[in-house]
Write a protein that binds this ligand. Structure first.
Ligand code: HEC
Length: 194
């Protein structure tokens, strides 16, 4: 090893006997780079700063909403009552739609499996504000706990979202979350499902 040798250090492109070459980039590569730079301000203006709805994220959201509308065309506008909730509780497809709404909006406070976090455990038999199935819809629409549980009435793009996520919440009852929070409120009668 002769790294301390001043004669070697001066030869910057050769080190420990390895010769470094300075190969210029091919000119087509440089041009691709220059063109990318020239195009980028227009890209930024068009997709990010210009009219709304053009970014990938916004287009994704738009097609999600579009897709939900198509699905909801199948069931129309759901009534916010017990009979409707019982009907959809028995239909795994729509409970699944409710689950995806829950995953997107509720897990931060209620846990990914409803076991509870900031918000109460939704899997046990105890409830603070609920005595019957439609109370779930009411709690969701209006919120409770002075905003600790937000009101969702105007946050969803479709009224069916509230009803289907309520159906999913009802379906959580009796499930076994990974780390359940201690029960809150008082026990209530079983859902009237025959
Ligand atoms: C910002 C946190 C937060 C989010 C987000 C949130 N919740 Fe809550 N939720 C709470 C809190 C806190 C309570 C309890 C309020 C109280 O103690 O009065 C609660 C209560 C509830 C209750 C009543 C439980 C009972 O025992 O009576 C239901 C049902 C519920 N939430 C469902 C949902 C659903 C469904 C969503 C998603 C659409 C959601 N929550 C999103 C915090 C949240």
């Amino acid at each position: 090893m002769d790294q301390g040798n001043s004669k070697e250090v001066k030869v910057l492109h050769s080190y420990d006997g390895i010769q470094e070459y300075d190969n210029p980039l091919p000119s087509w590569w440089k041009w691709v780079f220059v063109i990318t730079m020239a195009v980028s301000p227009f890209y930024l203006l068009y997709f990010h700063i210009g009219a709304p709805g053009r970014s990938v994220e916004e287009m994704y959201q738009a097609s999600l909403t579009e897709n939900t509308k198509k699905q909801y065309a199948e069931i129309g506008d759901l009534a916010a009552d017990q009979a409707t909730m019982i009907k959809y509780l028995k239909d795994p497809k729509w409970v699944g739609v409710g689950q995806s709404i829950f995953k997107a909006n509720c897990v931060s406070c209620h846990g990914s499996d409803g076991g509870g976090n900031v918000g109460p455990n939704l899997c046990d038999d105890n409830y603070k504000h609920i005595k019957a199935l439609p109370d779930i819809i009411k709690v969701l629409n209006e919120g409770v706990g002075a905003g600790a549980m937000p009101a969702w009435a105007t946050r969803f793009s479709h009224k069916n979202d509230i009803i289907l996520v309520s159906v999913y919440v009802a379906s959580l009852r009796g499930s076994k979350p990974a780390s359940p929070k201690a029960p809150d409120g008082s026990p209530i009668a079983a859902w009237p499902i025959e």
